[in-house]
Design a protein around this ligand. Structure first.
Ligand code: ADP
Ligand code: MG
Length: 268
């Protein structure tokens, strides 16, 4: 079957506003306290911090999977127009976890099509959109394979394609490539960066890697733990065009140094 060359669907990003958020758990762990964060439509933000500082908790709050005890999380479809995920607008939002979470008995194509099935999209449209998403992540030759027949990097690509298939306006990723080897991770970072540049959704990417944050993002916030707070908010001073070789440059080293010293100041 032939597909027209990708005119990638452009989307407009969701704006996210987190104000005065506090979240504690039974047993007295204050996971987050006094979190203020404004993410512009179409921005690529990295959240960087040591393990246990509340990154996943914050991402879950933004996704509406959890609620804060104080403060609020607001998401805006347009200027002054709020979106509530609970109100059936989940298509605008996609979440990618560290584990690919694929269904082992479904092929790559069937895994990627799942969100559209849940939205009751017709079969033809569903398969078409899924094939496109698979093409976007460079997995066309594996479309009929099953998860057990894929490498770790390929499984993450499937997970990414499944997240893209609904054309989300907000993409949340929680240490998605952390378990992969360095080279695979760098390739996936490059691919994600290209997808974001072409599509224009808002991305919030959680990582504990300073180099990953510096390569990917336009801006990085650094968190500290107990309680989880934002201790630095840094605009990444690198050009939009980010070839792989950028990672070896002095300006790149400078950016990772800034993030690293913020992590150190936070006691990571
Ligand atoms: P990170 O993603 O940065 O590693 P988390 O957001 O997972 O951190 O966790 C932040 C803190 O909150 C940790 O101390 C963790 O143990 C605690 N925590 C997270 N979720 C729960 C929960 N459901 N119940 C109790 N404690 C939790
Ligand atoms: Mg986490």
């Amino acid at each position: 079957m032939q597909y027209s060359p990708l005119p990638i669907a452009q989307t407009s990003g969701i704006r996210v506003r987190v104000s005065g958020v506090r979240r504690s758990f039974e047993g007295g762990v204050v996971a987050l306290d006094g979190i203020d964060l404004d993410v512009a439509p179409g921005e690529f933000l990295a959240i960087l911090g040591p393990s246990g500082c509340g990154k996943s908790t914050l991402l879950r709050l933004i996704a509406g999977l959890d609620s804060p005890q104080a403060g609020e999380v607001q998401t805006f479809a347009r200027e002054n127009v709020q979106v509530a995920w609970a109100a059936g607008r989940r298509a605008d939002l996609a979440y990618v976890f560290q584990d690919a979470h694929l269904l082992p008995w479904r092929s790559v194509l069937q895994n990627v099509a799942l969100p559209l099935e849940l939205m009751h999209q017709g079969r033809g449209q569903r398969l078409d959109a899924s094939r496109r998403a698979i093409e976007l992540v460079g997995l066309t030759e594996a479309v009929d394979r099953f998860p057990a027949q894929l490498s770790g990097g390929q499984r993450m690509r499937v997970s990414l394609a499944r997240a893209m298939v609904t054309n989300p306006r907000l993409l949340l990723l929680d240490e998605p490539f952390a378990a992969l080897d360095e080279i695979t991770r760098q390739h996936l970072d490059e691919q994600l960066r290209r997808l974001w540049a072409a599509m224009g959704m808002t991305i919030i990417f959680v990582t504990h890697s300073t180099t990953e944050a510096a390569y990917l993002a336009q801006r990085a916030v650094v968190m500290t733990r107990r309680p989880g707070r934002i201790i630095a908010d840094h605009r990444i001073a690198l050009a939009d065009e980010r070839p792989a070789a950028l990672r070896g440059s002095a300006e790149f080293a400078q950016e990772t140094r800034v993030l690293y010293s913020a992590l150190e100041r936070g006691g990571a």
